[in-house]
Write a protein that binds this ligand. Sequence first.
Ligand SMILES: Cc1ncc(C[n+]2csc(CCOP(=O)(O)OP(=O)(O)O)c2C)c(N)n1
Ligand SMILES: [Mg+2]
Length: 385
Amino acid sequence: MTTECTDLSGPLPTSSVMAPEAGSTAAPALKDRLRDILDDHEALLGLYRDLAVLRRIDEQCLALARQGALALWAPIVGQEAVLVGAARAADRHDHLFISYRESLMAHLRGVPPEQVLPMWRGSALGGWDPAEYGITNPAIIVGAHGLHATGYAMAAALDGSQDRAIAFFGDGATSQGDLNEALNFAATTTAPVVFFCTNNQFAISVPIAQQTAVQPAQRAHGFGIPSLRVDGNDVLAVLAATRTATAHVQAGGGPYFVEAVTYRLGPHTTNDDPTRYRSAAELEAWRARDPVERMRGFLADSGLITESDADVVRSAADDAAQRYRTACAELPEPDAAGIFEHVYAAPHPLIVEERHAYADYLASLGGAAATAVPAGPSTGKEVPR
Ligand SMILES: Cc1ncc(C[n+]2csc(CCOP(=O)(O)OP(=O)(O)O)c2C)c(N)n1
Ligand SMILES: [Mg+2]
């Protein structure tokens, strides 16, 4: 006898707390999670300030990359509500495992700009002490840190500590084996970990429809992990969804999966030209759902923001952006030879060869670049001259 299994649970609705927009529905249960915040004018203004500050820092970092002061930047414009909502829902028991897209979550955790920027300038391999701030350095290997988060959570449970892990990753990461292994390990060990997927519709140029046949939040069900699909441009909905997830984990319910639906308004990184793979009309439709303006509109409609409040937020954002520019100018020059260090403890023939090839390439450019990478130890293959 065979049993046919065709129930994919159906598409999950996208839940909003603010006035729902196309494709989302109001979620009173999420609103219930925010009783303390919805009655607290300062807390609501604080969320708006966080959004505006991240937007300005992101603009500044993009400008620094365009000016050559940063080697690369992965913009978050359009996704600010995800970073702010999730980071502000997390407490000191939540250890955040982030990807490159969530670098500025470190700002919300108090990491100073001079420790956020070195990786992006190329002047250091890392940045800050993860244990000090409860947030890892950004993972560049897509999906790998889902395993790190799960391992951390399993260890925390074995230690009997109250600590939890939250792994932040993108829609594209859901195609990676590592992440799927992490989901399975977490589910079978009931590890205290939240899987937080930012579905910004693209993995570089690959649209979500080519990445997965069902929503990421639905896929979690196949592992036995409950999930929520939330409006990622609604900071209140993201905050409430993250609280729902951490409360579930804290109560011993095992892992929880959140999918925040949003859109990357900028390029994948400063090395990308998104006009090659998506339409201006699509971009405009999402620009109209700007998460920063949405929060401002919510506050204005509720009579909770005055002109002078808005001025205070603007100058806080400008000050933060200026601190990033100043910190960047004070960072050491990147050491081009540094990429060949720390891979192996002892000289390795492949690294030695690559270092020589890079030194030859730089020498071919002439000028200051010519001496940026000394050729280092012999490859043993040099042609006698
Ligand atoms: C294991 C691995 N494969 C490929 C890459 C190259 N890569 C960098 S970012 C990226 C897309 C990731 O998309 P998504 O997970 O949706 O995150 P987003 O960039 O949209 O935030 C890819 C394929 C990588 N860094 N790591
Ligand atoms: Mg993506």
